[in-house]
Design a protein. Structure first.
Length: 361
């Protein structure tokens, strides 16, 4: 997704690909194959780069330390990235900053879990401090017995189960020199822990809530020293209050709408930010943009369905990732912009469902 904007900016892009046919390797000319956990492979790759950035948070700390020791320019830095890698570190720092969060505790013993459950009430949300995404590493615990396997594995983050109205996301970019730009606050819709739809801007959001949520996102970026794109996922409690759920320091699913719906899309903005170029405008191009994720189904061949949805709705923007199709895997997304929210939701979802094979008409 960065390949097109990189070409337009005159930036030479390289990617450390997991395989010769990886999605990025299909479109980026320089795509040596290597494992992001292999220190030698990562160091060899980074030696040819002016700036190294990341498309996920799972690079091991020892690899990051080796890159720093070798003098590589990392954006974001390991000191910032840890708050997206480690949920306990994130909760600790946000709490210190006074950012609204669910009530939480980092527990290693059942006594700690029981005391927290008595304080906030059951059920609890149990989260692995590291490694979880798209609903993985997260589980609702309805009683102490369900926490036993978690505690046997070591430290677990326990949070109150938040009763929320809807999910929101603040997406922004922050550069090393301190420039920042934020897109409108969006509403995200999750299905089985996977984001399936984004509406930009969030329908009917109170302007004061949007302003305070954006201010919180900008403060987090500044205080944590984030560079590049930052996604701050939030729960809208009642239309007036919010709590922060997760952080992601990279282009994020909640910002895919911006590729077609904003003056500057998140992938271009990420490149601008990590290279400390002037940031582009995040203003929307249309009153509303709806993004629908395309998830893998049982049909591995997508081209026929792709042709159909393009012909049915020429205003759609369809982005396929070149990934091998697996049930439930994110393999693409569609964007559509306009003024009629209900119509846009129907059109975006129809296209996503048709390509996935859920419908055939």
């Amino acid at each position: 997704m960065c390949a097109g904007p990189a070409a337009e900016l005159g930036v030479t892009l390289a990617v450390l690909a997991e395989s010769p046919d990886a999605a990025a390797a299909q479109v980026v000319r320089s795509a040596p194959v290597g494992d992001h956990a292999d220190i030698a492979a990562v160091l060899d790759f980074a030696a040819g780069c002016d700036v190294v950035t990341f498309d996920h948070e799972h690079v091991p700390s020892e690899v990051l330390a080796a890159l720093v020791a070798a003098g590589a320019a990392l954006q974001p830095t390991p000191a910032a990235l840890v708050f997206a890698q480690d949920k306990v570190a994130m909760r600790t720092r946000l709490t210190q900053l006074g950012i609204p969060c669910p009530r939480w505790v980092a527990a290693t013993e059942m006594d700690e879990a029981l005391a927290f459950g008595e304080l906030v009430g059951w059920p609890l949300m149990a989260k692995a401090p590291r490694g979880g995404y798209d609903g993985k590493g997260v589980e609702i615990a309805f009683g102490p017995e369900e926490l036993t396997p978690w505690l046997e594995r070591g430290l677990v983050l326990l949070e109150e189960l938040v009763d929320f109205r809807r999910e929101l996301a603040v997406l922004l970019a922050h550069s090393p020199s301190g420039q920042a730009a934020a897109w409108p606050v969006v509403e995200t819709v999750q299905t089985d822990g996977i984001c399936t739809q984004v509406i930009a801007p969030a329908p009917g959001i109170d302007p004061d809530l949007a302003a305070r949520a954006t201010e919180a996102g900008l403060r987090i970026a500044g205080e944590l020293g984030v560079t590049g794109v930052l996604a701050v996922e939030m729960f809208d409690l009642d239309g007036e209050r919010f709590v922060v759920n997760e952080l992601a320091m990279r282009p994020h699913n909640s910002g895919h709408w911006s590729m077609d719906g904003a003056i500057t899309g998140q992938f271009e903005q990420h490149l601008r930010a990590v290279l400390d170029l002037p940031l582009g405008s995040p203003l929307p191009r249309a009153p509303v943009t709806v993004m629908a994720n395309i998830l893998g189904g049982d049909e591995p061949e997508l081209y026929s369905a792709y042709r159909h949805v393009l012909a049915r709705d020429p205003e759609l923007k369809v982005h396929l990732y070149g990934k091998q199709v697996r049930p439930g895997r994110k393999i693409g997304h569609v964007n559509v912009s306009g003024t009629d929210l209900a119509d846009l939701i129907e059109r975006a979802q129809h296209a996503a469902d048709y390509i996935q094979g859920v419908i055939r008409e």
